[in-house]
Design a protein around this ligand. Structure first.
Ligand code: A2P
Length: 331
């Protein structure tokens, strides 16, 4: 059966990538709709060789029969319009942070916890980009060695801050002042992603902490994070320090990662082979390297994990969720 599908925020950084990934993976689409704000309503976007006119998102957008809507238009838009779509029987796959920690909303990485899709009530959340790639790496290790504690340090691309973030780096390299970020991002690192909270952490950091616990079904897992914006256009890099309950053999751990779904191990330091932002960009897999024992604790390992934040960190992950839903519809 073919489905009717809408992309909300279709003109944005993630929205345009939704269109690309939907084309590449050839989802069975009957009617296709692209929606955004009044600012871009009336413009056209190409999909599968055809021009589609951008509609303004409003209360009546979901009066027509739409099976699945992919949302990436900011938290406020999701807060208001996801429930409207859901009430009309449309399944929303939401890329914003709005619904992620709602106990009634599954938070899904298809390689990690696809079983959670089954209890959705028409809204499914796509995790934070930094969380998604970390989950693909950590789930197989948690299954085998039981994770006790995780320390995340991230090196995040400007594309994660949308078109405006991208422009700040592009224009900043020509000496222009930033508009999106509070400081220049060219030749700089900003230990500041999303807003600051009372506990001194940023929202981005607490997203990684809370979403990790939810996806791995372990509210007691000890997790901490420092998230940093770096002058890279595409792909987030992460240093992940993990401590396990159980002892492990390093070669076996590397084998576990090599056999994990969605993972590519690039771990040949002798030949300068390790994951990098420039080689992960445009790909859908999560790349893992620099795999080495943390000699400061009993059962610890250090990983370097890189993925395209707009693809696996957002659009591809959401489209994979849509594929799971379509599979379930056809069963
Ligand atoms: P528009 O292009 O009309 O502003 P990015 O984060 O990459 O800048 O993308 C944000 C996306 O969300 C864009 O497609 C933008 O549409 C859309 N968007 C922002 N605010 C709204 C809104 N109030 N209603 C619908 N779409 C919105």
């Amino acid at each position: 059966k073919k489905i009717n599908l809408a992309v909300v925020g279709a003109t944005g950084m993630v929205g345009r990538t939704f269109l690309k990934v939907l084309e590449e993976r050839q989802l069975p689409i009957e009617n296709f709709y692209v929606m955004a704000s009044a600012r871009s309503a009336g413009s056209t976007l190409k999909f599968n060789g055809k021009d589609y006119v951008v509609e303004e998102l409003n209360e009546h957008s979901f009066d027509k029969p739409i099976d699945i809507a992919l949302f990436s238009a900011g938290g406020g838009t999701s807060e208001k319009f996801a429930p409207i779509a859901a009430a009309h029987g449309c399944i929303v796959i939401d890329n914003s942070s709005q619904w992620r920690m709602d106990p009634a909303v599954p938070l899904i990485v298809p390689e990690v916890n696809p079983e959670d899709i089954s209890w959705h009530k028409n809204i499914i959340a796509n995790p934070n980009c930094s969380t998604i790639q970390a989950m693909v790496a950590l789930k197989p290790l948690d299954d085998k060695y039981k994770i006790k504690r995780v320390v995340y340090s991230t090196y995040q691309a400007v594309s994660g801050a949308g078109v405006a973030g991208w422009k700040d780096l592009e224009n900043g390299m020509k000496g222009e002042a930033p508009k999106k970020f509070p400081h220049p991002i060219a030749s700089n690192c900003l230990p500041h992603i999303d807003s600051f909270l009372d506990n001194g952490y940023t929202k981005e950091e607490m997203k990684m902490v809370n979403e990790t616990r939810k996806i791995l079904h372990n509210d007691a897992m000890r997790v901490t994070a420092t998230t940093v914006r770096v002058p890279v256009f595409d792909s987030h890099s992460e240093s992940i320090n993990v401590e396990f309950e159980k002892p492990f053999d390093l070669d076996e751990l590397i084998e576990v990662l090599k056999n994990a779904p969605g993972v590519v191990v690039q771990n040949d330091s002798a030949h300068n082979e390790y994951p990098m932002a420039v080689t992960a960009a445009g790909k859908d897999e999560v790349f893992i390297g620099r795999i080495r024992r943390d000699e400061s604790v009993e059962n610890g390992v250090n990983l370097w994990v890189v993925a395209d934040n707009i693809r696996k960190g957002a659009a591809t992950n959401a489209v994979q969720i849509a594929e799971e839903i379509i599979k379930a519809m056809n069963e």
